[in-house]
Design a binder for this molecule. Structure first.
Ligand SMILES: *Cc1c(COP(=O)(O)O)cnc(C)c1O
Length: 362
């Protein structure tokens, strides 16, 4: 069965020498290799400061702290995402206020965000679901008008662009995940891209117990709650090797995604994602909306192609559903949502076979 997602690990002869070098260097904790990875990742993104971490969830947690979200506050978010997005909101004691999605993309709707804002709203989390860019321009305008900071969860969206600039450049905080199945994996890991230099300095303390690594333990004085969220040299060594080839890997997802967008357009019973103007997806997942989804999934899997909705809408988790809300667009989107294989492991023949099968109907 051709899978929907696959872990990319660089070839042994390229990765292993670098990994061994770090493993036997005597320094496997957070050190120069981590520093090096952060500066290289900054270059890749193009602006802001990279705080490397041991997960994307840690990045979400720190972003919420830096945004000043506290117990009893509300954060506007989307239910069309993986659980970490919304579990992180609960980690700071805040409540999740849902905003409906745009049916065309499955991403949080700017209009719905506006309607959900109230005096308790302290932050907005937006997710580039499946790699599809959020409506950057309209979300930036709302953030400015109401002075509410936006956290972009770009865990699916490494390499996604708006106006030619990558995710990581558009909002004060952008979250990346380097977990096993994401575009770039360090086995586990994450990063928070922070635009403000002062907040970046504060974030480094939060990352490590509230301690300043530049000072000795005896000269340190913890002033606020910190965590143990740093990346180590071993994960960073893998990340550095991955970064050298990432553009190549991303391009494979994008080429296939764009090809499927064209080939599947206009087939009866199928709707492709309509992207916001001036954006390009990095197609971490290929999204389709189909009629009679269960039959579609059966037809695809019977023919050797994995197909699934993958994610459970997050308002269906009791603990996350602080304010049950009517979300008619999400209802419609979710009832038709399905993902089909797209990525570096999918060949041209696989693509053409999938298109042919879908054209034949189900
Ligand atoms: C993977 C993921 C994260 C973070 O995951 P970690 O496993 O903590 O790195 C956050 N949000 C979304 C949407 C994700 O898919």
């Amino acid at each position: 069965m051709l899978p929907l997602i696959k872990t990319y690990i660089p070839p042994r002869d390229i990765l292993m020498p670098k990994l061994e070098e770090v493993l036997y260097s005597g320094y496997i904790a957070q050190g120069d290799v981590v520093e090096n990875f952060e500066r290289k990742f900054e270059e890749f993104i193009g602006s802001g400061h990279t705080l490397s971490l041991n997960s994307g969830t840690a990045a979400l947690h720190i972003a919420l702290i830096l945004a000043g979200v506290k117990e009893g506050d509300e954060v506007i978010s989307t239910a069309m995402t993986a659980e970490p997005t919304n579990v992180a909101i609960k980690m700071v004691g805040a409540k999740v206020r849902w905003a409906d999605v745009d049916y065309e993309t499955g991403n949080i709707s700017p209009k719905a965000i506006k309607n959900a804002i109230n005096s308790k709203t302290k932050a907005i989390i937006v997710v580039d679901y499946a790699g599809t860019s959020v409506d950057v321009k309209n979300i930036q305008e709302i953030s400015k008008k109401y002075s509410i900071p936006v956290i972009e969860d770009a865990a699916h969206a490494l390499g996604t662009t708006y106006n030619g600039k990558k995710s990581g450049n558009h909002f004060p905080f952008t979250v990346f995940s380097f977990q096993a199945i994401k575009h770039l994996t360090t086995v586990d890991g994450g990063a928070l891209q922070i635009q403000d230099k002062e907040l970046y300095e504060k974030a480094k303390l939060i990352r490590w117990f509230g301690l300043d690594k530049k000072l000795s333990r005896l000269d340190n004085d913890i002033q606020f709650q910190g965590y143990k969220y740093h990346m180590n040299n071993v994960n960073a060594a893998i990340g550095l090797v991955q970064l050298e080839n990432i553009q190549n890997i991303l391009q494979k997802y994008i080429t296939i995604g764009k090809y499927l967008d064209v080939e599947l357009n206009g087939i009866p019973g199928v709707e492709t994602v309509i992207h916001y103007p001036n954006t390009e997806s990095s197609y971490w997942l290929y999204t389709l909306k189909v009629d009679r989804r269960e039959d579609f999934i059966k037809m695809m899997t019977d023919n050797g192609f994995m197909a699934s909705e993958i994610h459970k809408r997050n308002d269906w988790h009791t603990y996350l559903n602080d304010y049950p809300s009517e979300m008619p667009n999400l209802d419609k989107f979710y009832s038709k949502l399905v993902h089909i294989p797209c990525g570096w492991w999918v060949t041209e023949e696989d693509c053409d076979k999938m298109v042919e099968l879908i054209k034949q109907g189900w």
